[in-house]
Ligand binder design. Structure first.
Ligand code: FES
Length: 171
């Protein structure tokens, strides 16, 4: 083969090598990016509003009520999950979701179950003392105050009345 022919062959081989090198470099970069992405995820680099909390928290029992205007009524309270002092339940009636707690014998507290963070329904109750939002883990005490964010505002409280085993909540 002439010198000219060898030069052309080398040029051709060089040209064929170029895509291999590029592919190798591409793969190396891809692995680097994938590694960085998994590291960021492992370090908790997700959005502060991404689901993360309340997964293993005991769930509140649900108690059905009736709604008439802004009055929610729960009948036969002693036959429900709210029968005992310290017990709590999620009362649902006509689109209302209300956290109810029997704070003392015959004395009930009621709060909106709509989380003040991003309006998910609070369904968890742990240690008989803390309401927990399953969406992002906000926690509220039995006075409705924030114990743990991301929520920053307390739950709105509703007035209650308890007479003849009937609980009335004004929402
Ligand atoms: S909606 Fe985000 S913690 Fe409740």
């Amino acid at each position: 083969m002439s010198a000219h022919g060898r030069a052309r062959r080398l040029q051709r081989e060089g040209a064929m090598d170029t895509p291999k090198t590029s592919r190798r470099e591409f793969c190396a970069h891809a692995i680097t990016f994938a590694t960085m992405a998994s590291l960021i995820e492992a370090c908790g680099g997700g959005s502060p509003t991404s689901p993360s909390g309340g997964g293993n928290v005991p769930q509140l029992s649900t108690v059905g009520g009736t709604a008439n205007g802004n009055i929610v009524t729960v009948s036969n309270v002693t036959g429900t999950a709210l029968a005992n002092v310290g017990s709590a339940a999620l009362v649902q009636a006509g689109g209302n979701n209300i956290l109810v707690l029997q704070a003392a014998q015959g004395s009930f507290k009621a709060f909106t179950a709509v989380c003040t963070h991003e309006q998910n329904i609070i369904t968890g109750f742990q240690n008989n003392s803390t309401f927990v939002c399953p969406a992002h883990g906000s926690q509220f005490n039995t006075s409705g105050g924030v114990v743990q964010g991301p929520a920053t505002r307390a739950l709105r409280e509703f007035p209650t009345q308890f007479t003849n085993n009937v609980l009335t909540i004004t929402v």
